[in-house]
Design a protein around this ligand. Structure first.
Ligand SMILES: *Cc1c(COP(=O)(O)O)cnc(C)c1O
Length: 395
């Protein structure tokens, strides 16, 4: 396996980011200190609501479900065309994930598909803003209201995206963000839960810190009885001061990061739009601002999964990494029990032909050109050999 010289993604770490992390290490406070409070306040100001820092996006999903009281006997509707943590978090709390299908164009939950999966046990839906494109929140909120369901927004791929000027993550009962290195901004590992509900946010803050409610004295483990008081069984899902310092430094330039990623998406689209075999993501959507997480293209319906995988292999041989975003959750071995129950034909058809191209802040224009040229070469040669198979007399 050769290392690709154009990776699928790469973190964008500046000298100022490094300095921010190092300066925390020169202080005695490495966890539950001022950087956490600062990062939470900055995320609350940027997104809206109360914000609680946690150790990952997955931890955020887990605690949001717990704090909203979802558990055994409950069903939670989720997409299958997404990251597996979405369904796993539902299983952590003992509830049942129920897979709903996506819209063929937006790749987000299809409200009609969601409606078809609602049962008397449905308590909530997890709405993912897939690849940074806002989901159909108005229709899903309407459904949720009519059926008395909670909405958890998984905005892990969509920081800064908005619907008519209102940021995603603020429409539901809780919104989750993530800062893994392939996200728009990173803390290495990390996540944030935002909610308008102060009681829910307090409970999440306690649950991430072993069930301790005493936020005032959280800084001083050695200075108070309350440090040893645990109201309920919690977790250690804390985000360290070093993570928070990096998060602050990254969040301070989010506007330029999102602007840069939009320019890159437009460059890919301009460069590839003359290929009828490719379906490109929409860039301009009225009343929506996208936040570009990954750049995912789709091969035309005449292509098979084998064609897609062969093209990925050709690109890999040219030193270009690509990704299968997403392999459906219900087809994973960990979800064998759901494989035949899930009714998600659009998910299955789309995921067979999607392909993520290298996409990160510092990708150079000539690297994008190289990716596009290699992709077009692979496409042409696959079409040529498919024609030969169909018309062997030409050989
Ligand atoms: C990245 C991501 C998460 C969170 O991932 P972590 O690695 O746990 O931070 C959750 N949901 C979706 C849809 C994601 O893309």
């Amino acid at each position: 396996m050769i290392e690709p010289d154009i990776p699928l993604s790469a973190p964008d770490i500046t000298e100022a980011d490094i300095e921010a992390v190092v300066s925390v290490l020169r202080t005695p406070r490495l966890s539950l200190g001022p950087k956490l409070a600062e990062f939470e306040a900055a995320m609350a100001a940027y997104v809206g609501g109360h914000a609680v820092g946690v150790s990952s996006g997955t931890a955020g999903l887990h605690l949001a479900l717990l704090a909203l009281g979802i558990g055994k006997g409950d069903e939670v509707i989720v997409p299958s065309f997404t990251f597996i943590a979405v369904a796993n978090a539902v299983r952590y709390v003992g509830a049942q994930p129920v897979f709903a299908d996506i819209d063929e164009e937006t790749l987000n939950l299809d409200p009609a598909g969601v409606a078809a999966t609602i049962t008397p046990r449905t308590r909530a839906l997890i709405v993912v803003h897939t690849f940074g494109r806002p989901a159909d929140i108005p229709a899903l909120l309407d459904l949720a209201r009519r059926h008395n369901l909670l909405i958890i927004e998984d905005a892990c791929e969509a920081i800064g995206a908005d619907i008519a000027g209102r940021r995603v993550g603020t429409f539901g009962d809780a919104g989750i963000f993530a800062f893994y290195p392939n996200k728009q901004i990173t803390t290495g590992e990390g996540g944030m839960v935002v909610t308008e509900d102060a009681a829910v946010s307090r409970r999440i803050a306690a649950l991430r810190n072993h069930g301790r409610y005493d936020s005032e004295r959280r800084h001083s483990p050695l200075s108070g009885e309350s440090w040893f008081e645990h109201a309920e069984v919690g977790f250690n899902y804390r985000l360290s001061e070093m993570h928070c310092a990096l998060g602050m430094a990254q969040l301070s330039r989010i506007d330029s990061v999102l602007a840069r990623r939009e320019i890159l998406a437009r460059r890919y689209c301009d460069r590839l739009r003359h290929n009828p075999e490719l379906r490109l993501p929409a860039v301009d959507i009225p009343d929506r601002r996208l936040s570009w997480f990954v750049f995912v293209i789709r091969l035309a319906a005449s292509f098979t999964t084998a064609d897609r995988d062969w093209i990925m292999g050709e690109l890999a041989a040219s030193g270009i990494a690509t990704g299968r975003y997403f392999a459906p959750i219900h087809l994973q071995p960990a979800y064998a029990a759901w494989r035949d129950i899930a009714q998600v034909p659009v998910t299955e058809s789309v995921s067979a032909r999607t392909l993520a191209l290298p996409f990160f802040n510092r990708i150079a224009d000539d690297q994008i050109d190289r990716v596009c040229a290699a992709l077009e070469r692979a496409l042409r040669s696959r079409i040529y050999s498919a024609n030969l198979r169909r018309h062997p007399q030409n050989e």
